[in-house]
Write a new protein. Structure first.
Length: 446
C-alpha cells in the first residue's frame, strides 16, 4: 500500500518539525512531498562563556574617575587631557534613543542608593513634548552618614559631571539641568561653578552645545543643609523655593516634576559615569561585576580601618578584599570586627566598627541624627524617631529593659521611622546579640 501523502505519512521527527514551524518554535522548514526528506544535521551551539567568579582588583586604565584624589588639574585644560569632552558632539548627534539604549545595555543602576536601572529610568521621560520643557535634576545633596563620594567628583572631576549632564539631558530630551548641592559643600560648589563657567566660554554648554545644534543649560542651586532634601520630591520642592517636604506620588516626577514639568532626578555619580560608558561601549562597562550588578563604583570606607579612603572598584568585590586591598585592613585584624550584619549596597558607604565600639552609643548617635533631620510631615517619622532616640538614650544610662530591644524591632517593622532612615535602623537592629551583650556588659541592664 502506497503511503498517504501529507502529514500522516511523516515520521515523528518530521511531524515535530512541522508543528514547530506552525507554532513559531523556530525549527527548520521541510517539504511534505515525501516521507523520507533528509535534513542536514546542525552543529551543537557553542557553550556559554564561563561565568566570572572573581571580582575586584580594578586596573588603572579601567577607572572612570582618574582624578579622584585631586592630584591633577580639575578644570577644563586638565579634564580634556584626561579625556573629558572628547567627541561629545558625536554622542549628542546620535540622539536620545541611541543614548538610552546604550545605557540600558550597560546595566548601569542608580548610584544614589536605590539601584534602579538608569537607562530604564531615563526612558520614562516623554518622547514627544506637550509644550512643557523637560528637566534633569542632579541630586548632589549628599547627606547619608558615611557617604562622601559625590563631593570628590564635584571637587576634583567637575567637568565629568557637567559633560554627563549634557549627555543625560539629551537622552531625556531635557532643555536644562539643575544641580542641587548640599549646603555644607562650599568648596565643591566653587569648583563646580568655575568649571561651569569654563564650559560655557568654550561653547560646550548653552546654545549649540559642543557644536551639536542642541541647546542645553546647567544651573547650580545651593541647598540649606536639610537631610530630607535628599529625597527626590523634597528636593524638587526646595528647588521651587518651598519647604523641603516630600510630595505624594503619583504623580511621579517624570510626569509632573520641577515646576510641574517632566523631570528625572538622578545621582551625581550616575550622571558622571555616562560619558565614559558611551565612549568605551556598554559591553566594556557590563564586563565588570555580576549580571544585574554591573560596572564600577565609588566606595566610601571609614571607621576602624588603617587607611580610610574613597576608592573606585569593581562591583561585587568581596568586602574583605575591598578593605584589605585599599584600606590596609581592619584595625586589629579581621577578627576584631564587632559583628557581621546583612545589608544592601546603598550608596556604598562602609562604616567599619571593631570590638571597641559601643553599639548602643553608636545607634543612639544615629537615632539623634534622624530625629533632628525629620521634616515632621508624617506622624510615624515625626513621633517615631523621637521615641527611638529617647529609648536609646535611656539604654545608654542603664535605665531600660532588654525587652525594649524587641519592642524597637517591632516598632520599626510597623513604620515608626521615616522611609529615609528605616533601612539603616533595621540593619543596625539586626544584631540583637551584640546590642543585648553591650547593654548587659557596658550599661548595667539585665
Amino acid at each position: 500500500m502506497a503511503p498517504i501523502k501529507g502529514i500522516l505519512s511523516l515520521p515523528r521527527a518530521a511531524l515535530a518539525r512541522h508543528h514547530g514551524e506552525k507554532w513559531g518554535l523556530g525549527l527548520r522548514s521541510f517539504s511534505t512531498q515525501g516521507a523520507t526528506t533528509a535534513t542536514t544535521p546542525q552543529p551543537p551551539p557553542p557553550p556559554p562563556p564561563p561565568e566570572k567568579t572573581h571580582f575586584g582588583g580594578l586596573k588603572d586604565e579601567d577607572r572612570i574617575f582618574t582624578n579622584l584624589y585631586g592630584l591633577h588639574d580639575p578644570f577644563l585644560k586638565g579634564a580634556m587631557k584626561r579625556g573629558d569632552w572628547h567627541r561629545t558632539k558625536d554622542i549628542v548627534i546620535k540622539g536620545a534613543d541611541w543614548i538610552v539604549n546604550e545605557m540600558k545595555k550597560s546595566g548601569l543602576r542608580g548610584r544614589g542608593g536605590a539601584g534602579f536601572p538608569s537607562g530604564l529610568k531615563w526612558s520614562f521621560m516623554p518622547k514627544v513634548s506637550d509644550g512643557r520643557p523637560s528637566y534633569l535634576v542632579v541630586n548632589a545633596d549628599e547627606s547619608e552618614p558615611g557617604t562622601c563620594k559625590d563631593r570628590e567628583i564635584m571637587r576634583h572631576d567637575p567637568h565629568k559631571l557637567l559633560e554627563g549632564c549634557l549627555i543625560a539631558g539629551v537622552g531625556m530630551r531635557a532643555s536644562a539641568a539643575y544641580i542641587y548641592i548640599r549646603g555644607e559643600y562650599v568648596n565643591e560648589r566653587i569648583n563646580l561653578e568655575k568649571a561651569r563657567k569654563e564650559a560655557y566660554e568654550a561653547g560646550l554648554l548653552g546654545k549649540n552645545a559642543c557644536g551639536s545644534g542642541y541647546d542645553f543649560d546647567v544651573h547650580i542651586h545651593f541647598g540649606a543643609g536639610a537631610y530630607i532634601c535628599g529625597e527626590e520630591t523634597a528636593l524638587l520642592e526646595s528647588l521651587e523655593g518651598k519647604q523641603g517636604k516630600p510630595r505624594l506620588k503619583p504623580p511621579f516626577p517624570a510626569n509632573a516634576g520641577l515646576y510641574g514639568c517632566p523631570t528625572t532626578v538622578t545621582n551625581v555619580e550616575t550622571v558622571a559615569v555616562s560619558p565614559t560608558i558611551l565612549r568605551r561601549g556598554p559591553e566594556w562597562f557590563a564586563s565588570f561585576g555580576r549580571k544585574n550588578n554591573a560596572g564600577t563604583k565609588l566606595f566610601c570606607i571609614s571607621g576602624h580601618v588603617n587607611k580610610p579612603c574613597t576608592v573606585e572598584e569593581e562591583m561585587s568585590i568581596p568586602l574583605k578584599e575591598l578593605l584589605e586591598r585599599h584600606c590596609g585592613g581592619v584595625r586589629g585584624g579581621w577578627d576584631n570586627l564587632l559583628a557581621a550584619v546583612q545589608s544592601g549596597l546603598g550608596t556604598a558607604a562602609v562604616i567599619v566598627m571593631d570590638k571597641s565600639t559601643d553599639i548602643v552609643d553608636a545607634i543612639a548617635r544615629l537615632s539623634y541624627f534622624y530625629k533632628h533631620e525629620s521634616c515632621g510631615q508624617c506622624t510615624p517619622c515625626r513621633e517615631g524617631t523621637g521615641w527611638l532616640w529617647m529609648i536609646m538614650e535611656r539604654m545608654k544610662v542603664g535605665n531600660a529593659k532588654l525587652e525594649e530591644i524587641d519592642m524597637l524591632q517591632e516598632s520599626l517593622r510597623g513604620g515608626s521611622g521615616s522611609v529615609q532612615s528605616g533601612n539603616c535602623w533595621r540593619q543596625l537592629l539586626e544584631c540583637f546579640s551584640q546590642v543585648k551583650a553591650c547593654i548587659g556588659g557596658n550599661h548595667g541592664i539585665k
